[in-house]
Every structure is written in structure tokens, then in C-alpha cells.
Design a protein. Structure first.
Length: 70
């Protein structure tokens, strides 16, 4: 395997280490937040950068429920 087919990346930031090693093609799966569908997501690939935008799920305001004493 040539060096062009093998890529390695290591980052150390804010108390964690992220390391990715790539051989050939890459695939990654992410769970969608509750309330978001595939139709809500957009993705672009420009100049070697893949940008995926997932909207923040809408949250309903908390409802107050009166509790009565028995």
C-alpha cells in the first residue's frame, strides 16, 4: 500500500485526543437527534472539506401541571 492510500491524523485538544487513520475509503455513521429527519440535513463537499449541517431539534417549552393535595 502506498503512502497516498494511508493517512493518519492526531489532535490533542481540551483534555482529549482524537486520532483517525484512513486506509482507502471512509464511512461514518451518526445517530440523528430526536426530532430530526434525513430530509432536514444538508451536506456539501468543497476543496476536500465535507460539511454536514444538522439543525438543532425544536424543544417544546415545559408545561406546568398543578398538583392537588388529597
Amino acid at each position: 500500500m502506498s503512502d497516498r492510500e494511508h493517512q493518519e491524523e492526531k489532535r490533542e485538544e481540551k483534555g482529549y485526543v482524537r486520532r483517525e487513520v484512513r486506509y482507502g475509503s471512509l464511512s461514518r455513521s451518526l445517530p440523528l437527534p430526536e426530532g430530526v429527519t434525513e430530509a432536514d440535513i444538508t451536506a456539501t463537499y468543497t476543496d476536500g472539506v465535507l460539511e454536514i449541517r444538522i439543525p438543532e431539534p425544536k424543544h417544546e417549552e415545559a408545561k406546568k401541571i398543578a398538583i392537588s393535595k388529597s
